[in-house]
Each structure stands twice: as C-alpha cells, then as structure tokens.
Design a protein around this ligand. Structure first.
Ligand code: CU
Length: 230
C-alpha cells in the first residue's frame, strides 16, 4: 500500500505544483494580451499528442503485463472447498452458505443478510447475482471486486489468508442508500467456522426448510465464463 501511495503521491504533488506554478506564472497582467494558439504546427499540437500516446502506451503495457494474472485470478475458478451464493439488492447483501451437507441450493442452506463466514486459507467459490440493478461485490482488503449484473450469475473465487473481519462494500452507485450497503466478511479458523455453522443451524427456524421446499431458490448455474473487467 505504501508503494502505491508513494508512486501516486509523487505524481499528484508534481502535477498540482506545475498547475499552481502555471496559474501564477501566466495570470492576467495589465497590458499583456493572451496569445491565440491555432495548433497548426506539430510543435504546438505535440503538447497534446505526445502525452496522449505516452498514456496509451502505458495503458497497453499494463494490460499486456497483467494479462497472465487476470487470466489466473478472473477467468479460472480453482477447485473450492466452499461454494457460497452472493446477491446484491438495494441496499443489502444476501449471503447463502451451504449447511452441513456442503451443497449449495439444498434445503439446509443458511441465508443471512450482510454476514459472510469462510474458513481461513481455503478456496471459496461464489456465485454472484443482482436482484434489481448493478451492484459491485467489493472486499478491499482481499483486492476482490466484481460487478453484479441483473440476469447473470457470475462465478468468482477468493482465498482469505488471515483470520479477522473485513468490510464488504458495494462499489457501484446503486441508489440513495448505496453508501449504507455494507456487510462483514468473517474469516474464521476451521474450528470457529464449524462452531458458527452449528450455531446457525441450531438457530434456523424449522419453517425455513419447509418454505425452501415450497419455493426452492434456483441452484446457481455454473457459468462458462466469469465476469468481465470492472
Ligand atoms: Cu451500491
């Protein structure tokens, strides 16, 4: 994080400094008329064209160097120990955990708003959906961010390596209470996860299983491709 802050910070201070210096250096003065620059020579247009090309080259280089990482992280879902369902709606996250059978989309599923539990160090695959409009499933500490698109079930995965609790945010402006759309990801030890699962199963009203059987939620469809860049 400090490396990024340093790289961005240096350029920020330099750019703001140059802007301020130009503002004072070329401010309005009595008796001095502003020059009209028609941009007919390359010497003039080069001030715009050269930076544009430089930025484009940097962008393409970042894309090229990042391609392998993108493919590894985004386009392949490795074998996962846990499969969960994530759904965004105005303005909350709904997380579906498989119950003791470990199968998502079965009657013992546990559906909780704004709270997600995963065991530490294990691959967790998720199926992401949106009930109403665009949302974006974002866990900043995990560098995890994926848009949720109505009508699509997007596959993704993550592996949390340190126990603790982390904020789950929405990174897509989705309405007036967008900023309040927050959840918590609890990364538990294996024992803590099992304990939490047992406590949830014990707390689960018997009516939920019956309701599930009356109106089963569709099981997540394995999508051939994961989501696009966002
Ligand atoms: Cu939002």
């Amino acid at each position: 994080m400090w490396v990024i802050t340093l790289i961005v910070g240096v350029w920020f201070v330099a750019a703001e400094g140059i802007l301020l210096w130009f503002t004072f250096r070329y401010r309005k003065k009595d008796g001095v008329r502003a020059a009209y620059v028609p941009g007919k020579s390359f010497r003039q247009t080069g001030w715009i064209l050269i930076p544009c090309v430089a930025i484009l080259v940097c962008d393409l280089a970042i894309d090229a160097f990042g391609e392998r990482v993108w493919k590894t992280i985004k386009e392949k879902v490795p074998p996962a120990q846990l499969q969960i369902g994530v759904e965004g709606r105005q303005w909350a996250w709904t997380f579906t955990h498989p119950g003791k059978d470990g199968i998502l989309g079965s009657p013992d599923d546990i559906v909780i708003p704004n709270e997600i539990h995963v065991p530490v160090g294990e691959n967790v695959a998720f199926t992401l959906g949106a009930a109403d409009c665009l949302h974006s499933f974002w866990v900043p500490e995990l560098r995890l961010k994926q848009d949720a698109v109505p009508g699509r079930h997007i596959q993704g995965w993550f592996r949390a390596t340190r126990p603790g609790s982390y904020g789950v945010l929405c990174a897509e402006l989705c309405g007036v209470a967008h900023g309040l759309m927050r959840g918590t990801l609890y990364v538990d030890t294996e024992a803590d996860y099992e304990r939490w699962l047992d406590s949830r199963i014990a707390a689960q009203p018997a009516s939920q299983a019956a309701a599930f059987q009356a109106a089963p939620t569709p099981a997540p469809q394995p999508a051939p491709k994961t989501g696009g860049k966002s």
